[in-house]
Write a protein that binds this ligand. Structure first.
Ligand SMILES: Nc1ncnc2c1ncn2[C@@H]1O[C@H](COP(=O)(O)OP(=O)(O)OP(=O)(O)O)[C@@H](O)[C@H]1O
Length: 510
């Protein structure tokens, strides 16, 4: 259910609508920044007068009516206002104010006003001409024109106060909802369950805060392991669909027929092996969020099917002829440049526009190394291993910072999990405990002591390599500990200074 849907269902709004319809034959519409909800669905507003319905049945009439409401919502004028629509019919709009902003308008429209400032009483002949202009085939438009609801001066105040009551109820609801979301999400990074305080991540959090409470389509881009699924889940958890299902599916490397039945379900006998019907993910995620990862990998045929369900919420299970509908917020992600794919004709442009209403670009880890300390702390805490050191030496930090992290945060997490083995029982994490690629990045070549120990313990590799690895690790740590004081280190290791020098040279530790 979208935000506007919820507003339409508020009790105060329903009562106001019913009074306006029954006592005044007027329609009530909530108009958000994207226009009226009923229009967004391609429908006619409830209680529309016959004239409005007639006009709305033509494409041109629908577009003009929609443009009128959008202009009304975008109009910067403060306070209540009365305007004539494209047909010359009157409307009264009351703003819904939350904080210092206007989030929507509650509008009564489609009537003739006898004494409304800014709206001359509509003249039936002009109206009939306006209707015929929309569609010359309209049969005698003067008929519906005669049945137009009329609001006389004295009743206008009653209409306004009904609209105000509805607007106040909506404002209260939006305010409550915002406070609730702020309390849960806040703007603080940690509150999203996503670690990072770098400027790039702060921009991401700000975007998340703005879009979590809406149903707007979000396209998350970023290299593999940058946290795209984490972000999609955070959007779900901090939005109005929390508590409903969150379902994730990758579209990469999945054959079309499998992906189709996974997403849309199938009926019994639809394909060999389909002994019973199966609900697809669109059905399973009803009311919640469906996260489609690697959306760029979808075949053209699947792109058409996705476009359809995004357009009107309907889809066909494999082997079925009856369309189903589902209310799902779809969030998509890709590591590819979708805009460039559209240009090359590899991805449908119409689908692209549907998907990337709100683009969120996640930076690669190498572009936000300032977040490394927090991330490392976070994963060390997560690893919760009693034998793993929680301190990282300065030289190990140098490796972490210089490394390019092609696998991004996922790779960092795996690296830290590895330390539970390579650095078990050590006082701190040193370069020798890191993976070879990380050590190389920091200028510490060779096999680490931890690796050598792990290899020796598992009986893999030569004994000499294991002994060398251990010896090297002892020297590296010793040099760090003593600040490079070889006399002290030689004493500690109970070897001569000459032997120590030889060893240091052998392992290239000068
Ligand atoms: N900023 C972050 N804070 C904490 N954990 C993170 C962050 N970013 C990513 N992670 C963790 O890294 C791992 C990978 O994240 P995720 O699966 O969301 O990445 P992805 O971009 O969707 O990857 P792929 O494109 O390969 O599917 C997960 O374990 C996730 O929890």
């Amino acid at each position: 259910m979208s935000d506007l849907d919820r507003l339409e269902r508020l009790r105060g709004v329903q009562v106001a609508r019913s009074i306006l319809e029954k006592a005044f034959s007027l329609q009530l519409t909530i108009v958000g920044p994207e226009g009226p909800l009923a229009h967004a669905r391609g429908g006619v507003m409830s209680g529309s007068s016959e004239v409005c319905r007639t006009a709305l049945f033509t494409r041109e009439g629908f577009q003009r009516c929609d443009a009128f409401y959008r202009a009304l919502a975008a109009d910067g004028a403060a306070g209540e206002r009365a305007r004539p629509c494209h047909l010359g019919l009157a409307s009264i709009a009351v703003p819904v104010e939350v904080g210092d902003g206007v989030v929507a308008h509650v509008v009564a429209s489609g009537f003739v006003a006898t004494a409304l400032q800014g709206c001359a009483p509509a003249d039936p002949a002009t109206l009939a001409t306006a209707l015929r202009e929309l569609d010359p085939s309209l049969v005698d438009p003067s008929q519906p024109v005669r049945k137009l609801p009329v609001v006389r001066g004295d009743r206008e105040q009653v209409v306004r106060s009904i609209l105000r009551t509805a607007a106040e109820e909506i404002a209260e609801h939006v305010d409550d909802e915002r406070r609730r979301l702020r309390a849960r999400a806040g703007t603080s990074p940690g509150a999203w369950g996503i670690v990072g305080t770098s400027p790039r991540m702060r921009e991401v959090f700000e975007l998340l805060r703005r879009v979590a409470s809406s149903d707007a389509a979000v396209l998350i881009t970023g290299e593999s392991g940058t946290g795209k699924e984490l972000v999609a889940r955070a959007l779900h958890d901090h939005g109005p669909r929390t508590g409903k299902p969150f379902v994730a599916q990758s579209c990469g490397a999945v054959p079309d027929d499998v992906l189709e039945s996974t997403l849309f379900g199938h009926v019994r006998g639809a394909f060999s092996g389909a002994v019973r019907s199966g609900e697809g993910l669109f059905g399973a995620a009803h009311g919640g969020t469906l996260f489609l990862d690697e959306v760029a990998e979808m075949s053209p045929a699947m792109q058409v099917k996705l476009l359809r369900v995004l357009s009107d919420g309907s889809y066909l299970p494999v082997g079925d002829t009856r369309p189903r509908t589902s209310d799902v917020r779809v969030i998509t992600a890709t590591h590819r440049d979708l805009a460039a794919m559209v240009q090359r004709g590899e991805f449908r442009q119409d689908l692209y526009y549907r998907l990337h209403v709100i683009p969120i670009a996640l930076p690669p880890l190498r572009d936000r190394t300032g977040d490394l300390p927090l991330l490392v702390e976070h994963f060390l805490r997560d690893a919760d291993s009693e034998i793993m050191p929680t301190r990282v030496s300065a030289s190990a930090w140098r490796c972490l910072e210089r490394y390019q992290w092609p696998g991004n945060v996922r790779e960092l997490r795996a690296e830290i999990d590895r330390w539970a083995v390579t650095a078990a029982g050590e006082p701190e994490i040193g370069p020798e405990h890191l993976s070879p690629a990380l050590r190389d990045a920091g200028g510490y070549a060779g096999q680490s002591g931890g690796e050598a120990a792990a290899a020796a313990a598992s009986g893999q590799g030569s004994l000499q390599a294991a002994v060398d690895g251990l010896e090297r690790a002892i020297l590296v740590r010793g040099l760090e500990r003593t600040g490079g004081n070889r006399t002290r280190l030689a004493r500690e290791l109970q070897i001569s200074r000459t032997t120590l020098n030889e060893r240091i040279k052998k392992f290239g530790l000068e």
